[in-house]
Design a protein around this ligand. Structure first.
Ligand SMILES: Cc1cc2nc3c(=O)[nH]c(=O)nc-3n(C[C@H](O)[C@H](O)[C@H](O)COP(=O)(O)OP(=O)(O)OC[C@H]3O[C@@H](n4cnc5c(N)ncnc54)[C@H](O)[C@@H]3O)c2cc1C
Length: 360
């Protein structure tokens, strides 16, 4: 008889892992939303809401042998999970992949996808009406957002605010320097080395004024907070001996186990394993999890298998609209052409539509 695998959370980690293992294990994927939200496309969807139709992907055709259960897991233990409505799913292996949340326009606030559509189309209307836009936070999402707005609505005055002294200071200098120069050339103002003292919301766009730590003031018709992801880890609190970090991620051991239960794993944004909170990191975790779970289901002990090793320096693709941007791959920084080919034009929509069994 096939061993049972329960995956909680059908984001990048959960959806792809379920598909990879459905022929080898009896897979159940528990997901609270009716559709998968393809996050990289949401930044462009704010300037081009029609993109929502190709980047919100229903779960019905994802699996052919495994099953997707629509529901929210309330607690998890070494035998399975109990859902909020009382249903129970039992399994031999459990993978928790409940991911993270972000600004309201970048990831849904709740399980209601219609509300999320309304937020994005609402922000699009605000953006069209605004003359000045301030983006607070110059990580990947904030910088891409500046590039997308500038590309689609070049008449807007955009200010990108960073507390760092340069863009992407942990990456090779050329990467951030080239992005800075492209943004500045197209008219985006970047304020480095300043903190906002009076940010009213960490997640919701609003209009008003920003007091910066250098004493200056920015008035903006639209302020977009882009200050990073927070792990959705409350579900893991039902496990013994977990160790949560400040950003909500739960520490896992080198076999991606967050607690003393040997058959319960956690991966993706919710798990702190040395990787960043990215799809690129998940792309490394999925093959390892697939191999490990197959081997374990066929009787191998975990300590006979190689532990997971995180990225040393992960690739990073940062488009500024469909045609511009920079990418870091292995040892070098690439420019507009490579970035556009790999990510800028399609935003990986084709890959995920195929995964979900949808027309491309
Ligand atoms: C705007 C934006 C753009 C991004 N672009 C890129 C990019 O270009 N490249 C890149 O590498 N990374 C990118 N990222 C980061 C990437 O989106 C995350 O790393 C990725 O979403 C993490 O995947 P995950 O499977 O861990 O979690 P998530 O994608 O967050 O999925 C978690 C899933 O679990 C479900 N869930 C949560 N709790 C429960 C529960 N209790 N019961 C049932 N279901 C539950 C949620 O509904 C969700 O579907 C981007 C992030 C944002 C916000």
């Amino acid at each position: 008889m096939q061993k049972k695998l329960l995956i909680v959370g059908g984001g990048y980690l959960g959806a792809e892992l379920a598909k990879a293992l459905e022929n080898d294990l009896e897979v159940t994927l528990v997901e609270q939303r009716r559709t998968f939200v393809h996050a990289p496309a949401m930044i462009r969807a704010v300037v081009k809401p029609a993109l929502l139709d190709s980047a919100l992907l229903p779960y019905d055709k994802l699996l052919s042998k495994g099953s997707v259960v629509l529901g929210k897991a309330d607690s998890v233990d070494e035998y399975g999970a109990t859902l909020v409505d009382g249903r129970r799913v039992n399994a031999d292996y459990i993978v928790i992949a409940t991911g993270s949340s972000n600004g309201v326009a970048f990831k849904p606030e709740s399980d209601n996808i219609d509300d999320f559509r309304t937020v994005i189309t609402g922000l699009h209307a605000q953006l069209k009406a605004a003359k000045s836009i301030a983006i607070v936070g110059a990580g990947t999402v904030g910088t891409e957002m500046a590039g997308e707005i500038n590309d689609a609505m070049s008449e807007k005055k955009i200010t990108l605010i960073s507390s760092e002294s340069s863009l992407f200071p942990t990456m090779p200098t050329k990467f951030g320097a080239s992005l800075t120069s492209k943004l500045k050339k197209s008219g985006v103002e970047i304020r480095f080395g300043v903190k906002v003292d009076n940010l009213k919301s960490l997640t919701k766009p609003y209009s008003g004024s920003l007091h910066l730590s250098d004493g200056t003031l920015i008035e903006a018709d639209l302020i977009i907070p882009a200050i990073g992801s927070r792990a959705e880890s409350s579900l893991l609190e039902s496990l013994p001996n977990i160790n949560k970090e400040k950003n909500g991620r739960v520490k896992v051991d080198s076999y991606l186990r967050p607690s003393t239960y040997p058959n319960v794993f956690a991966a993706g944004d919710v798990a702190s394993n040395g990787d960043a909170m990215t799809i690129v990191a998940i792309g490394r975790q999925i093959p390892w999890l697939t191999k490990m779970l197959k081997a374990s289901a066929s009787g191998k002990k975990l300590d006979q298998l190689k532990p997971y090793v995180p990225w040393k320096k992960a690739p990073l693709f940062l488009p500024l609209g469909p045609n511009k941007g920079n990418s870091y791959l292995i040892i070098a920084t690439f420019g507009n052409w490579v970035t556009s080919k790999i990510k800028g034009k399609d935003l990986f929509i084709t890959k995920y539509r195929k995964l979900f069994g949808l027309k491309v």
